[in-house]
Design a protein around this ligand. Structure first.
Ligand SMILES: Cc1ncc(COP(=O)(O)O)c(C=O)c1O
Length: 453
């Protein structure tokens, strides 16, 4: 019998048995911490360090880590010993959660398909859109991030994610995000089942749509018989202030994909909201009652967590809080970062913000920056992430499809003092990037090590 690994050896066992490159990357970034306890927007390491979470597991922890009400609901569900994953009954909790979600979403959202991840939601939406429209084509926005299963990957233009995994789905076409004319040119062919788009592109660099774009997209999609599918995996669940970002932009999509924050960061979940007619196109007969299904989709823990999460987000008015504190965060960032030429823009909605950086103009900085960029385009951002973590105890990350944007997405329960701590930290790191040779020497050293591993 093999020995149970000690905490110290977890990393090497993980590296040996799961993914060595992930451990190496965390080590290189000096971010390989062992967390013992997580609560609200705070993470506590085994060494007793407090880390502020400004990433939220990529928008999973809207309700804050281990919210006591969600934990209690899950414990209660386990204690109840009720039916779980029978695959042979009508799950009561799925009915309740579907009711709540469709009520909150409003518009044409009348049915829900539950699954266990955002990517699975995207796969579901692809199938349902094709079944409903009897068309094969799929449109999507450049620089989108929709997940890493093959169907979702087929809706992502950045080659990094798909390289080596092809061939992808045929008949997929990218259009520039925010360009209604380009969208119409494609839609006019009437070969597209759906247009997949994130209302705010998250991994694409916290890109907000141009005013009116999503409404125009909705009108165009209707005109040409294409379903508008909003991927709200990061933007949903009050992240941008409203229950859905669709609400803040006044759009009524044909399908909405939710995941991540829906179950309070404790149980995998995904949900695709849609009109009855779309759902009926798939479940057309008794024989097809389970023609699209997923073993874990309606499991009691995910459903219970979803209900408890909605309660928490609503009882604590976390959407409103995200709206107010998010705007305050961007105001503070704008003021604190104004003196720094490498800061191009602070933007966002609710508690989903991005700080975009740019190459410096000053010659001394420009040379170091260019050397750095040649090593890897993500290096500059990763050094910021590393310094924020190591020197200031702030967990953050750059956007997956736009390395010059630092994502700022704390749990919606974040408080003003924590926001101030973040603003102070990023200001200090920017000051060092602009004034201290040490920043660049250390960074070049790290980049060199990166090339060696
Ligand atoms: C916008 C968006 N859609 C879909 C996904 C895929 O979700 P999952 O990782 O749960 O499959 C992600 C994941 O980050 C995402 O950000």
């Amino acid at each position: 019998m093999s020995a149970v690994p000690t905490v110290q050896s977890f990393s090497s066992v993980y590296a040996e048995r799961v993914n060595p490159q992930w451990v190496r990357l965390l080590d290189l970034l000096q971010m390989n911490a062992t967390y013992e306890r997580c609560s609200g927007a705070e993470l506590f390491t085994a060494g007793g360090r407090r880390v502020l979470d400004f990433l939220s597991g990529y928008c999973v922890h809207n309700a804050g880590h281990n919210h006591p009400a969600i934990v209690a609901a899950l414990k209660d569900e386990l204690d109840r010993g009720g039916p779980a994953m029978l695959q042979s009954h009508v799950p009561e909790l799925a009915a309740q959660l579907a009711q709540r979600l469709t009520e909150r979403a409003g518009g044409r959202m009348e049915r829900v398909f539950f699954c266990s991840s955002g990517s699975e939601g995207v796969e579901t939406a692809i199938k349902f859109a094709r079944a409903h429209t009897r068309r094969a084509g799929l449109l999507y926005a450049e620089h989108a991030f929709h997940g890493l299963t093959c169907g979702a990957l087929s809706l992502m233009s950045d080659p990094f994610w798909g390289r080596g995994f092809g061939p992808m789905l045929p008949e997929t076409t990218a259009v520039p995000f925010g360009d209604a004319a380009a969208l119409e040119r494609q839609l006019a062919s009437k070969k597209f089942a759906a247009f997949f788009v994130e209302p705010i592109q998250s991994e694409g660099g916290i890109q907000l749509p141009p005013p009116g774009y999503l409404k125009t997209a909705q009108e165009l999609c209707r005109r040409y018989g294409t379903l508008l599918v909003l991927d709200e995996v990061q933007t949903g669940m009050y992240r941008t202030g409203d229950f859905l970002a669709a609400h803040r932009f006044g759009v009524e999509p044909d399908m909405v994909i939710l995941a991540k924050a829906l179950s309070g960061g404790l149980v995998p979940v995904g949900a695709v909201l849609m009109p009855r007619a779309v759902s009926d196109s798939v479940f057309t007969s008794l024989q097809r009652a389970l023609v699209h299904a997923s073993t874990f989709g309606e499991n009691a823990l995910a459903m219970r967590a979803g209900l408890a999460t909605l309660d928490v987000l609503e009882h604590e008015s976390l959407g409103q809080r995200a709206g107010l504190l998010g705007a305050e965060l961007r105001r503070r960032l704008d003021a604190a970062l104004a003196p720094y030429e490498m800061v191009k823009q602070v933007r966002g909605a609710g508690m989903l913000s991005g700080i975009e950086f740019q190459a410096p103009r000053r010659l001394s900085l420009r040379l170091a920056f260019a050397a750095f960029e040649r090593i890897h385009p993500a290096m500059f951002g990763q050094v910021l992430v590393m310094r924020l973590f190591r020197d200031h105890g702030i967990l953050s990350q750059i956007c997956g499809n736009h390395f010059m944007v630092l994502k700022v997405a704390p749990p919606l329960v974040v408080d003003e003092a924590q926001i101030q701590a973040f603003v102070r930290a990023i200001r200090q790191v920017m000051e060092e990037a602009h004034q201290s040779k040490g920043f660049w020497t250390e960074a070049i050293g790290m980049a060199t090590r990166l090339l060696q591993v």
